[in-house]
Design a protein around this ligand. Structure first.
Ligand SMILES: [Zn+2]
Length: 76
């Protein structure tokens, strides 16, 4: 993998406590499916899971959120 190539940036809005937002840079290897998100809460390159919230979105569907499997913080 070549350093500096394939930098992915995630722009994250502040979403309350423990999630101040900011830009997360990820240097991605060519296989994008292996990219791991760096958790804004614990700073680790963490696996994420999805979980359903007890809320509906504006289309009436149940909202999903991604969360860090290491520290359980919601990411999206
Ligand atoms: Zn985390």
């Amino acid at each position: 993998m070549i350093e500096g190539l394939n930098i992915m940036k995630r722009h994250q809005r502040p979403r309350g406590r423990g999630n101040p937002g900011g830009i997360i840079e990820i240097e991605a290897p060519l296989d994008v499916s292996n990219v791991m998100l760096i958790c804004p809460a614990c700073g680790r390159a963490s696996r994420t899971g999805k979980r359903f919230l007890d809320e509906l979105d504006h289309k009436g569907r149940q909202r999903k959120t991604r969360y860090c499997k290491a520290c359980q913080a919601s990411i999206d």
